[in-house]
Design a protein around this ligand. Sequence first.
Ligand SMILES: [Zn+2]
Length: 168
Amino acid sequence: MVNRKGKKIEIKRFKYLKHENNNPANHPECNFCQIIMKEKEILFEDDHIVVVFGRLHHKGHLVIMIKTHEEDLLKLHEKTVDSFMNDTIKIMRALDKAIKPDLFNLAYYDNWDHHIHWNVYPRYKSDSDWGNPPYIPNKGEHFDPKPLTEEEMDIFIKELNRLRKKII
Ligand SMILES: [Zn+2]
């Protein structure tokens, strides 16, 4: 959406935008803001979060990020924190139906990208790193991604659509 002066505005998608400084459109340096703006890879979004697949070194690896550019978890608004946690659990339930892992790891790192996000790692007893924190390949390190099968993806998308209807 563009206003009369030609300036880009995102009223509908960014309902809880506090300042222009939190607008993903103003953070070309941020990888996550780029994903949010492009929309192409987004699996799910609501007022507070955006969900995409991670690098899939673990099957179903999800990245759940705050929808506006926020860097400091300790300064996040209480309502956004509530939503960050609650919406993440809902998404995990949807993923659980699709791929039935033995358990989930939920990890907040803040090492590489400082846009607030965390990672959901479904874990299986058959994982070579089972019983330990998930093994994270370094940037540039080779690994074989583990995408969902077509059938699992159908179930996951169906569950996400059901969730979207409940929220909207
Ligand atoms: Zn960002």
